[in-house]
Design a protein around this ligand. Structure first.
Ligand code: 9WN
Length: 415
């Protein structure tokens, strides 16, 4: 058990980070590294803010949906015009597009975890008017994905590694190896001025990121470049969103059944096409190949209440053994795998949001394991601070400091 005083001190420190990163309508993930509004960050931030400032949590989500496009897509970045142009790469000049509201945005998306957040915010501070306002926007976000990203397997595709939220996961090594990308001047990158280069994606990764984004942009953000995969975390987020939308629909006096059916259909499609040998994997849409890897994304379907119990048991065994979850921190990639790197971004370090998603799935299935995970995460941030990611073996902090979702989700773990 974490002593009450320790937890109270960590909560106060978390709130200080969120206050410092608040920009008057949204929260930046990190002042220097990510100085704009990011899509899935805002959802996790809202979940944490709901614990101490629910009004701010509602505002965070409504600001993000203010940057929603007419086709329903919620862009992965909403740019703040007050931030100097060169502060983040690739910036507004690269994406070259704006939402109907006038907000300059990127053109890709991130995992749709926002309905989960909206429901959690409502649970912390019930507000049916907020739900009525955000429900149609959340539905439009899902409709965009159904209309534009659904493949013949019934799964949704992501068209860029950034859309997975786990940018340089080894799961993308194979599809990225086939990308024909030109050189990129190292000087355009801003990230390596803030964080050590060996904790970030490589230069070749960035060349691919820019090439794939450029190709998508040049079709008016309609047709994929050289990357199209069905990712288990993204599809889990979508199915979990439908489950949350069913609950939101009931509060709004609407029919929850279509959402329940959609969630169930997605779980079936994932189990049929993405599951193999104790873990969910991504599938490459361009080659039809299952990208067998040891990514922690493959454990997130534990969040889904409709997951068949046999698969849940097998995933839990994988988490405890292959991912060494017994240590308490969930790595983003299995430590025994050859690609594992304990300090490089999404290639091994533990991230609080990924661990939080799996923790959600374990709370009812294995409460003792879930409790140990929560305690370890709280202890680790208590010692290392609200770092962006952590070495899952030594618990050392890496990436930027004062990272918003690390602070926000720890507030939720403590509550
Ligand atoms: C690109 C903001 C974002 C997170 C992603 C994380 C990282 C961006 C970057 O930061 O990605 O979107 O510049 O590296 O990978 O999950 O949303 O925190």
């Amino acid at each position: 058990m974490i002593a009450g005083e320790d937890a109270a001190g960590i909560s106060r420190a978390a709130v200080r980070v969120l206050v410092a990163n608040w920009d008057g309508g949204h929260t930046v993930p990190s002042r220097r590294l990510y100085p704009h509004q990011w899509s899935w960050d805002s959802a996790f931030i809202a979940i944490g803010n709901a614990r101490w400032a629910p009004r701010r949590a509602r505002c965070e989500l409504l600001t993000l949906f203010g940057a929603q496009w007419r086709d329903g897509r919620v862009p992965h970045i909403a740019f703040n015009p007050e931030v100097p142009m060169g502060a983040y790469f690739p910036g507004p000049d690269f994406w070259d597009v704006s939402a109907p509201s006038g907000t300059v945005t990127s053109g890709i998306v991130q995992p749709p975890v926002h309905a989960i957040a909206a429901w959690r915010v409502h649970l912390a501070d019930p507000d049916p008017a907020f739900l009525r306002r955000i429900y149609p926007r959340l539905v439009a976000q899902q409709e965009f994905l159904r209309a534009n990203r659904r493949n013949p397997d019934g799964l949704l595709s992501i068209l860029h590694p950034w859309e997975s939220g786990m940018d340089n996961s080894p799961a993308w090594d194979e599809p990225l190896a086939a990308v024909n990308a030109g050189p990129l001047a190292a000087a355009v990158r801003r990230d390596t001025a803030v964080v050590n280069a060996d904790e970030r994606p490589t230069q070749r990764d960035y060349e691919c990121y820019v090439e794939i984004a450029r190709a998508y942009r040049d079709t008016g953000y309609r047709r994929a470049g050289e990357f199209s995969v069905a990712d288990p975390l993204f599809n889990t987020a979508y199915a979990a969103a439908e489950t949350s939308l069913a609950k939101i629909a009931i509060v709004c006096g609407l029919d929850p059944e279509p959402h329940r059916r959609e969630a169930a259909a997605m779980v079936r499609a994932m189990a049929e096409h993405l599951y193999d040998d104790g873990l969910f994997h991504a599938k490459d849409e361009l080659t039809g190949k299952l990208l067998r890897s040891s990514s922690g994304a493959g454990l997130t379907p534990l969040m889904l209440p409709g997951l068949p119990p046999r698969l849940a048991d097998e995933l839990i065994a994988t988490a405890l053994e292959r991912f060494e979850l017994k240590r308490g921190l969930l790595p983003s990639f299995a430590p025994g795998a050859p690609e594992f790197d304990s300090a490089r971004y999404w290639r091994g370090p533990s991230w609080i949001n990924l661990a939080w998603m799996v923790w959600q799935g374990l709370r009812h299935r294995r409460p003792v394991v879930a409790e140990r995970m929560a305690e370890t995460m709280i202890r680790v941030v208590g010692r290392a601070g609200f770092r962006e990611y952590f070495d899952p073996l030594t618990f050392e902090g890496h990436g930027c400091h004062d990272f918003s979702w690390s602070a926000a989700l720890v507030l939720d773990l403590i509550a």
